[in-house]
Ligand binder design. Structure first.
Ligand code: ATP
Length: 208
């Protein structure tokens, strides 16, 4: 195990849908940071043979497990959460501790490998109190809602109404900015080069 004098900086990276946080996270990863993607872990633990699947089958029944793949039947679960909001909390009660566990393990591996910066990409960081205290600082990628709508419509083909609905279901821009130690402004007039330059300057504040 490499010798380390300092523990790595743990940086939370968040932003609304289409804000550009994955673009920033991947840039930092290319610069040498370890990138831990909370949504990807949540998808993995609810995927085929995922660590959450036995508890999900026990809590909701085998109808919620896709028989072909062994993964969570997301369509059925979305429908249930729509009619019974407490089902979402129950699912989160199973999935979130596993996301915490796996992200801690990944962070420990990154620290053992000598990484100086560990970035946690957490789309719903501002919505959840459970990350506070586990991070040294939070960086928010910020832009106007209209920019988010345009980017997501272009990328996914989703309708304006759907994207606006997702934005409305997420933390407000104000609430997200309130948890920020640093803000990267990624509005419609920001080029990718300018975004990368802001990301470079922000990461330098945290030792990358
Ligand atoms: P999500 O939460 O939906 O995963 P995100 O916040 O991770 O979104 P990205 O995936 O990084 O956002 O960016 C959304 C889209 O907008 C991508 O196609 C990305 O390439 C593009 N994009 C983001 N910022 C810029 C920019 N400054 N210039 C050009 N394209 C950009």
């Amino acid at each position: 195990m490499p010798h380390r004098n300092h523990r790595p900086v743990r940086l939370g990276l968040t932003g609304g849908i289409g804000s550009g946080k994955s673009t920033v996270g991947h840039f930092w990863q290319a610069q040498g940071a370890a990138l831990i993607d909370a949504d990807q872990i949540a998808r993995d633990v609810t995927g085929p043979q995922g660590a959450a699947m036995p508890a999900i089958a026990a809590a909701f029944g085998s109808d919620f497990v896709d028989p072909a793949t062994g993964a969570l039947d997301r369509t059925r679960m979305r429908a249930l959460a729509f009619t019974r909001p407490e089902a979402r909390a129950q699912l989160e009660g199973i999935v979130h501790p596993l996301v915490t566990l796996h992200s801690n393990l990944m962070a420990q591996q990154a620290a053992d490998a000598g990484r100086t910066l560990i970035v946690f990409d957490i789309p719903l960081l501002a919505e959840s109190g459970r990350w506070a205290g586990r991070l040294d600082a939070v960086v928010v990628v910020d832009c106007a809602a209209e920019t988010q709508v345009a980017r997501v419509m272009r990328r996914s083909g989703l309708s304006r109404e759907t994207v606006e609905g997702i934005i409305a279901s997420q933390a407000s821009r104000t609430a997200r900015r309130a948890v920020a130690d640093a803000i990267i402004a990624n509005d419609a007039d920001c080029t990718l080069d300018q975004l990368h330059e802001q990301a470079r300057q922000t990461a330098a504040l945290f030792g990358l």
